[in-house]
Write a protein that binds this ligand. Structure first.
Ligand SMILES: Nc1nc2c(c(=O)[nH]1)N[C@H]1C(S)=C(S)[C@@H](COP(=O)(O)O)O[C@H]1N2
Ligand SMILES: [Mo]
Length: 371
């Protein structure tokens, strides 16, 4: 049996600042952020693993730009909210006795799962934006599967705590606030201000006019050659130059290949297509080049073909598959914002298609396989 009182060194807390009123309000906002982040995250995951029976939309062209922008901003805004929420319930961690019954022990265990999975989820997401991978696992699959664990534990948590949440939301924030120091209302205002600052200094990676204050954005939309940032340089992809023997090979029922001059001589079209990276930054740009579908038709395919695009790069994001309305709208781009592509942007040709994750817009294309 446990002693009735906690041991002498067991932590004690001042409960006046913390209150159900604060926890419930911060929790409500955090729940909204997590919900938006989860749904937009699934949409992003779908970009990597589309279902073959479901048509992929190519419109609106800025669709992925919006959903992934929301994903990254709500994810970042969740970090201060999560920390304040944890602070507000921290003393409960040290309740005595630690478990009153088996059900109570299970409930506490589910909270341990919720807290740890949520912390790992937002931390890995944030480090991924900074392109720092201090781990050996595959980020997309861990981030994806863990999201279901977080979502499931949030729902369970909400179901268990609903009566307390209702009571907390009904309770005025200011009641029984401490007489000196920061008030409860002050805690809420500081939390809101923190979330606002974090969101504002991130949103500039999506909205060009806010770019000057995009302090938390690792990529500034306009910073980069031809007004578009570079995510993977040619050097980092192991490409130092394009050899004279370079050919764009188009495989299909009637295969053919083209050298750089022949690629440049293809009928030229220009389209405004945003480039939207999974990391959240995006930029609108004017791309010029040839219609991918024209080349596919010349090789014996048609609008119903599935087309596999392969880069000169070995490993990494060196290939992508395109079909349906995205194929109809896709360019094999040679020009960006009116200028010839630089090597870092994918010279001699790169793929670009609307409403698509940036990662799928393969650079340094050398082979088009019509299936
Ligand atoms: N071959 C190849 N293509 C690639 C990549 C890559 O690593 N290798 N990175 C992708 C990613 S993650 C993005 S966001 C865009 C960035 O394009 P940019 O560097 O021209 O801005 O290119 C995509 N195309
Ligand atoms: Mo990207």
């Amino acid at each position: 049996m446990l002693p009735e009182r906690p041991p002498p060194l067991w932590p004690k807390f001042d409960h006046r600042l913390r209150s159900t009123a604060i926890t419930a309000r911060v929790g409500r906002l955090l729940g909204i952020m997590f919900g938006l982040c989860f749904v937009t995250g699934l949409l992003s995951h779908y970009q990597y693993h589309p279902w073959t029976w479901l048509p992929v939309p190519a419109r609106p062209a800025w669709g992925y730009r919006l959903t992934q922008g929301v994903h990254v901003i709500t994810g970042i805004a969740s970090i201060p909210l999560l920390l304040v929420k944890l602070w507000s319930v921290f003393p409960l961690l040290f309740q005595w006795p630690p478990a009153r019954s088996i059900v109570h022990a299970l409930e506490r265990l589910s909270i341990a799962v919720l807290v740890s999975s949520a912390l790992v989820e937002v931390t890995t997401g944030f480090l991924n934006i900074l392109q720092w991978y201090p781990w050996t696992f595959s980020f997309p699959s861990v981030h994806h599967w863990l999201a279901y664990v977080v979502a499931g534990s949030v729902l369970l948590h909400l179901a268990v705590k609903l009566p307390i949440v209702r009571r907390g939301l009904a309770e005025p924030v200011a009641s029984d606030s401490p007489a000196s120091g920061i008030s409860r209302r002050g805690v809420l205002i500081a939390t809101g201000a923190g979330v606002g600052v974090v969101a504002l200094t991130t949103v500039g990676q999506v909205i060009p006019s806010l770019e000057p204050i995009a302090l938390l954005a690792p990529r500034r939309p306009k910073k980069g050659p031809l007004g578009v940032p570079i995510n993977k340089t040619a050097a980092a992809a192991g490409i130092s130059a394009i050899a004279a023997s370079y050919r764009l090979t188009v495989l299909g029922p009637r295969p053919f290949d083209l050298d750089v001059a022949q690629v440049e001589a293809l009928p030229f079209v220009e389209r405004h297509i945003p480039l939207a990276c999974v990391e959240g930054w995006s930029v609108s740009a004017r791309w010029g080049g040839s219609s991918l579908l024209d080349l596919v038709r010349r090789a014996g395919g048609d609008g119903g073909s599935t087309v596999h695009i392969v880069s000169l790069q070995q490993g990494g994001y060196s290939a992508s598959t395109i079909r349906g309305s995205e194929l109809h709208a896709a360019l094999l781009a040679t020009h960006l914002n009116g200028e010839r592509l630089t090597l870092d942007h994918g010279y001699p040709v790169r793929l670009i298609a609307p409403d698509r994750a940036g990662v799928l817009n393969t650079k340094w294309v050398t082979r088009v396989e019509v299936r």
